[in-house]
Design a protein around this ligand. Sequence first.
Ligand code: FMN
Length: 147
Amino acid sequence: MTLAKIVYASMTGNTEEIADIVAEAFENLDLEVEIDECTQVDAEDFQDADICVVATYTYGEGDLPDEIIDFYEELQELDLSGKIFGVCGSGDTFYDQYCKSVDDFDAAFAKTGATRGADSVKVEMAAEEEDIENLEAFAKKIAEAAS
Ligand code: FMN
């Protein structure tokens, strides 16, 4: 059975909800899903998965959340060849560097040799109906890439 592992960082809950939407979409596609907050796991745990997804918010001035920095650094050292990845997250267009952490993780995954299963999804604050549709399409594309 295909295993999708989702790791998220969330301070006020928006990104956790985004991660939950992606998890439910994978489950509806009959994938096995593991979902964890980023301080509870090591990037190395992605070695056990077929699909690797990171969901993150952006903090400061385009900065990674403090709590996901170790995970981010560890991720870039891994060889995830043969695995499918996707990145999504929440931000606020009020800030100059909208959802920059999503782009940073996309670049970090590219270094691992994993294959991008779908373009990143950026959500303005909390997911609304259109965002939910985009996240479901993101999950479907990733699942298809892994099958
Ligand atoms: N969003 C961005 O897109 N870029 C930023 O540079 C950025 N900086 C932020 C700095 C602070 C101090 C705060 C409070 C928010 C910032 N945000 C930024 C917005 C958050 O990413 C946004 O509120 C997001 O929905 C939080 O996700 P969470 O609910 O999962 O914690």
